[in-house]
Structure formats: C-alpha cells, structure tokens
Design a protein around this ligand. Structure first.
Ligand code: C2E
Ligand code: MG
Ligand code: MG
Ligand code: MG
Length: 275
C-alpha cells in the first residue's frame, strides 16, 4: 500500500514536471534565471583517434539542472533558447566557461587536446560572435588552437556573414567543425567556399552503419568526401564495437560516443582521462 502511494506520488510529480517542460512560456521563465542561479554546467565528452585510441579533443555539452524541474535535456531547452533569443546569453556563458576550463587545464600542463563548443545558428548570426570569442580567448590567455567551434549546416546557409565570420575565426586560430553533417540543407557548395576543418557524421547515420547498406554507403561517402577535401572526419554516437570496426575500415579518423565515454563533468574527465 505504502509502495503504491509512493508510486502514485512519483507519477504525479513526473507529469507535473513534464507539463512545465512542455509549457514553453513557463519553461522560458525558468531558463531566463538559469545563468544567474548557477544552474548551467558544461560536461565534456572525449573524441578518440581511431588509430591510436588517444583522446584528441572533448566536446563541451551544456547541462541544465533546476531545483524544481530536475535535469532538462538540451534537446528540450536549446530550441526554446533559440526561439526566445536566450541562446545569446547562454551561448556567451558557454564560450566563457569553456575558455576558462581550457585555461584551468593549461595551468595544470594539460594542453594536448582541443575543446569543441557548439554554436547555434542564432548565435552565429550575431555580429558580435567573433568579438565575444576573441575577448574570451584574450581574457584567459588561452591558445586559440585549443578551441574548436561546431556549427550546423543551417548556420552557414542562413547568413551572408558566414564567410567573414568563419575567416575571422580561422585568423584567430580557432578550428571549425560541421556538426550533424548530412542532416541539414546539404549544399556542398559551402565545403568549397568556407575554411572547414572537420566534418562530424551525424549519429543517425552511424547508428546502423554496420547493418544497413544505405547508412554504410552514406557514411563511407562522407568519409571520402571529407578526406579528399583535406578535412578531418569524426563519427558521433558510436556505441558498439561493430560500428567502430566499420569506421576504422572506412578510414574514419575519429569517433565519439558512449563506447568510449558519456559526457562527464570536468573533474571526472580529469580523474579518468588526464592522469
Ligand atoms: P550534438 O552537438 O550533435 O551533440 C551530440 C549529442 O549526442 C549529445 O547530446 C551527446 O550527449 C549525445 N551522444 C554522445 N554520444 C552518444 C552515443 O553514443 N549515443 C547517443 N545516442 N547519443 C550520444 P546532448 O548533450 O543531449 O545534446 C543535444 C544537442 O543539444 C547537441 O547535439 C547540440 O545540438 C545541442 N547542445 C548541447 N550543448 C550545447 C551548447 O552548449 N550550445 C548549443 N548551441 N547547443 C548545444
Ligand atoms: Mg556538437
Ligand atoms: Mg552532433
Ligand atoms: Mg547530432
């Protein structure tokens, strides 16, 4: 009986919580306060070189934990942040926090890896992005080569400012990665026009790469395309040895996914991988 009651209460709490998460206006109110209330953190997920199995970089992934709502997934709040413009202050916080973390690791002599941060299309369209990134690099006096930005295909097509922003970033020494490659408006023209360093194969192609012929063909083609253009290719969402074997055979340089590690807080990354 007691058990039943507990369960019912739990269910009520869940649905109540979900209704807030689904109520865009209410969720926005919470998200607005998230930065000042210190509710945001960056987790880091290793990106592994498939030949040496060494970690070459980490992707910084945003995490939001609210007292009442618990953990809210980026899949739920990033689109809302985009729609409301909140992605600008949140994105600035991400840039600042990642650069600060790079500095902290550099102080401990840990500099043999990059940190990749996600930049959303809205952020990319603001003129100050370049200034904000340069300011953070200068503030923490970090080597810009340790910073990589991940943008999606959508970010590049929506703005005429793409070329100057990307070349500005390259001049700074920051590298550029195309996230979720193949899922956006795939005009191959921008691969020719823009100074792109890395292609990230979306995890939707990687998921069944070892068993689905079409996914295998698409993945192999992206790897060839990237490598022929002198870009590095990384597969995301690698969860098992079959996928890894396929990618290695197909000449993919890097992989990221639960097979290696889930995203972890900076302290745990340090303990586990930076001994
Ligand atoms: P993304 O940039 O494509 O990030 C990869 C997502 O795949 C992450 O989800 C990561 O936790 C997840 N992932 C990693 N390994 C595996 C795996 O082996 N299997 C599966 N199924 N998933 C895996 P997450 O952290 O929930 O982030 C979702 C999306 O939210 C990101 O996709 C990115 O678009 C956005 N996002 C996250 N952090 C930020 C941020 O700081 N700024 C911006 N603008 N967007 C962010
Ligand atoms: Mg990403
Ligand atoms: Mg991705
Ligand atoms: Mg993705």
């Amino acid at each position: 009986r007691v058990k039943e009651k507990g369960k019912a209460h739990f269910q009520f709490y869940r649905s109540d919580m979900n209704s807030i998460i689904n109520n865009v206006v209410e969720l926005e109110t919470y998200l607005r306060k998230a930065i000042e209330r210190n509710e945001l953190t960056l987790y880091y997920q290793p990106q592994v070189d498939l030949l040496t199995m060494k970690i070459k970089s980490y992707e910084a992934l945003l995490r939001w934990k609210n007292q009442e709502l618990g953990h809210i997934s980026p899949a739920d709040f990033i689109p809302l942040a985009e729609d409301t413009g909140l992605i600008i202050p949140i994105g600035n916080w991400v840039i600042e926090t990642a650069c600060k973390q790079i500095k902290e690791w550099a102080t401990k002599g840990k500099t043999d890896f990059k940190i990749a941060i996600n930049i959303s299309p809205k952020q990319f369209q603001q003129h100050r992005l370049l200034l904000i990134i340069r300011t953070a690099i200068e503030k923490y006096r970090i080597d810009p080569k340790l910073l990589e930005i991940e943008i999606t295909e959508g970010a590049m097509q929506d703005t005429k400012d793409t070329a100057p922003i990307l070349s500005g970033l390259k001049e700074l020494g920051v590298s550029i990665s195309v996230d979720d490659f193949g899922t956006g408006y795939s005009s191959l023209n921008y691969l020719k026009q823009f100074p792109i360093d890395v292609l990230k194969i979306d995890k939707s192609f990687v998921k069944d790469v070892h068993s689905n012929e079409k996914d295998a063909a698409i993945t192999t083609t992206i790897i060839h395309l990237g490598r022929s253009l002198g870009m590095e290719v990384i597969a995301e969402g690698v969860e098992n040895a079959e996928q890894e074997k396929f990618l290695l055979n197909a000449n993919c340089q890097k992989a990221q996914g639960f097979l290696y590690s889930k995203p972890l807080p900076a302290e745990e990354i340090e303990k586990k991988f930076m001994k």
